[in-house]
Design a protein around this ligand. Structure first.
Ligand code: PEP
Ligand code: MN
Length: 338
């Protein structure tokens, strides 16, 4: 259920609504927008009559939320969420570009990539320190050393950093260094991890599971928001289909569908989405054209030598060309690239 206040409702009227929700043994989630203030009510609201709230002073309307996801739904919050990552805004008019290697491999590799993607116009550096690898014998990431190298690259370039957190026990260390904590596809429904990230004061980027439906994905985002962290963005990274010509099938449909179902920002990862270097730019362009708020692209100074995902990583000149193309597409839909 959600209770929308009138535009000029007083603080006392708002507080009275919150108090009444608590008195019923339910959890109020105040949501402030520029248009109106809303109190989302979570818990077993089955026996509560929305009209009991609709009559209160300062209340415009009280309605049940028809979707199973509540706090992340557009019904509850009409305006898109803008996540501020130390001055980089994600989810506003500007398109955000995140770029960097699949894995942080060395000081030279991450610094060279960071300088290059910054020069080409990216605002966020990606790089895995803990890597979810299909084989236990493959490179597993530099772990905390990788986080330190990312922090060094941030210091030198001013880029913000996004990196994956794979388990609840590493949440504190990853949160200490990262500006955005990435939940990988394999962990989309790791509920203890999602709940733990709900208690973190940093934004979370939730990637779609290999076989996750849009509804399951939004319910996963709901776990994080319900635990107290409203700064969640979603990342479409391709799903598993019958097709074997590409690594995954980027679900372009998900972009407009998500934008209508949820107020959370949507990012597209064309690298994992198609998994073939020469096609990454086409899918990045398509993602922007379809309405994504940003892209995350794998870039490596020497893709042939990459310790993970080299086959889908762009060399630096290829990334610079992709940025040029993305700017043209963004301009066509009247969005700047930040
Ligand atoms: C990654 O971003 O490098 C990654 C492992 O992505 P995903 O979880 O989408 O496979
Ligand atoms: Mn990768």
């Amino acid at each position: 259920m959600f209770i929308a206040m009138k535009p000029h409702a007083t603080q006392a009227e708002f507080d009275a609504v919150v108090e009444k929700v608590r008195a019923l043994g339910l959890t109020p989630h105040p949501i402030s927008g520029t248009e109106r203030r809303v109190v989302a009510v979570v818990g077993n609201t089955g026996t509560v009559d929305p009209d009991d709230f609709g009559m209160l002073p300062g209340v415009a309307e009280a309605l049940r939320v028809s979707q199973p996801f509540k706090l992340v739904s557009r019904e509850v919050k009409e305006e898109g969420t803008i996540i501020d990552v130390g001055g980089v805004q994600i989810g506003g008019r500007a398109i955000t570009v995140m770029a960097g290697p699949c894995s942080v491999e060395s000081r030279e590799q991450i610094l060279e990539t960071a300088r290059a993607v910054k020069a080409a116009g990216a605002s966020i550096l990606r790089g895995g320190a803990w890597k979810p690898r299909t084989s236990p014998y493959e490179f597993q990431g530099l772990r905390e050393e990788g986080l330190k190298l990312l922090a060094l690259a941030r210091e030198e370039t001013g880029l913000k950093i996004v990196t994956e957190v794979m388990s609840t026990d590493t949440v504190p260390v990853v949160a200490e260094y990262a500006d955005i904590l990435q939940v990988g596809a394999r962990n989309m429904q790791n509920y203890p991890l999602l709940e733990r990230l709900g208690q973190v004061k940093k934004p979370v980027m939730l990637k779609r599971a290999l076989s996750g439906t849009i509804k399951e994905w939004l319910m996963a985002a709901e776990y994080i928001v319900a635990k107290g962290n409203p700064n969640v963005m979603l990342c479409e990274r391709g799903i598993r289909t019958f097709e074997t010509a590409t690594r995954n099938t980027l679900d372009i449909n998900a972009i407009p569908v998500l934008k209508s179902l949820t107020h959370l920002p949507v990012i597209v990862d064309p690298s994992h989405g198609i998994g073939i270097r020469k096609h990454v730019a086409a899918i990045a362009r398509a993602g922007i054209a379809a309405g994504a708020d940003g892209i995350m692209v794998e870039v490596h100074p020497n893709p042939e030598k990459a310790l993970s995902d080299g086959h889908q990583s762009l060399a630096i000149p290829e990334f610079a060309e992709l940025m040029r193309e993305v700017r043209v597409i963004a301009l066509a839909i009247e969005r700047p690239v930040m």
